[in-house]
Design a protein around this ligand. Structure first.
Ligand code: SF4
Length: 291
């Protein structure tokens, strides 16, 4: 896809005279970009959705990552949910559980969908699959929502970054959260402007988030940050759907994220040297893993 900003995406769609839906406009760009047919493009997106579902279905509560730092927390949360001990219920509780589950699958080297990255793979499926089980929607709606999310992810990558090494965790979990917020807004019948506002809210709430993986592994704090990204996406979509508007236009928010990423010290950009990775406990973990 070759969208350079949210403004050009929305303006381009407004000007098109093909009488097509927004997601189709994005799909046409994907077809052009990848030189593939409509069937091939849609098959690819359907495959992404089914990989997300399979990862959750095949979750093994006993599986642990090679480091031993990750695994089993998705099951713990599911047990708390079943026992009725959770503070939240329904949609939000399901989103928390799925975000944990997917991120643990990644840490345990299972097949996941990098959306936009492997480290942030839990955010988008968390909100999509929790939406499916709590609100229901036609399978096609999720494919459409994924196209819309993908366009926003591509724009964030173009205008700023989706790499923790380049822009900190705001670029990974932040971008995933923004994509999820847009997808949710779309699924719940929001307007294109509301989608743009949802993206702006989600990203604004994640600005400045550093990338500080303990022992350089995409596990701590990454797994739990997927939960934060998912819940943040729900809050952002809720605000946008209620008609609340971002005072800062979404493209300026993305530009601010880029600027903040450039100002971030390299110790806070996936080097495993600063932030949580530099704590006493993290150093002990690192030492234990390397000896
Ligand atoms: S802390 Fe770094 S490695 Fe972990 S999810 Fe965030 S950006 Fe990715």
């Amino acid at each position: 896809m070759a969208f350079t900003s949210v403004k050009t995406l929305l303006d381009g769609y407004a000007k098109q005279d093909l009488n097509i839906e927004f997601w189709e406009y994005i799909m046409l760009e994907d077809m052009k970009d990848q030189q593939i047919s409509r069937t091939e493009s849609m098959k690819h997106v359907q495959e992404l959705m089914s990989v997300m579902k399979q990862a959750v279905q095949n979750y093994d509560a006993n599986q642990r990552s090679a480091s031993g730092l990750s695994g089993g927390d998705g099951a713990k949360f599911a047990a708390a949910q079943e026992a009725g001990h959770t503070l939240t219920s329904g949609f939000i509780a399901d989103a928390i559980r799925i975000a944990l589950t997917m991120a643990e699958c990644n840490a345990c080297m299972k097949r996941i969908v990098a959306a936009p990255t492997a480290g942030s793979c839990g955010v988008l499926p968390a909100v999509l699959l929790a939406y499916e089980s709590n609100f229901g929607a036609e399978p096609e709606a999720f494919i459409e929502a994924l196209y819309v999310a993908a366009a926003y992810g591509q724009i964030i990558a173009y205008e700023a970054s989706i790499s923790g090494a380049q822009g900190g965790c705001q670029a990974e979990i932040g971008a995933a959260s923004a994509m999820a917020a847009v997808a949710l807004t779309y699924l719940h019948g929001g307007s294109l402007e509301e989608g743009a506002n949802a993206c702006a809210f989600a990203l604004k709430n994640m600005l400045g988030l550093v990338c500080d993986p303990v022992a350089g592994l995409v596990e701590v704090p990454c797994v739990k940050r997927n939960v934060a990204g998912a819940v943040n996406a729900i809050a952002a979509a809720e605000m946008a759907l209620a008609g609340i508007q971002s005072k800062i236009p979404v493209d300026e928010v993305i530009a601010a994220m880029d600027e903040i990423g450039k100002l971030m010290d390299s110790s806070l950009r996936e080097t495993g040297k600063g932030g949580l990775a530099a704590t006493l406990t993290a150093k002990k973990i690192e030492k234990a893993l390397t000896h």
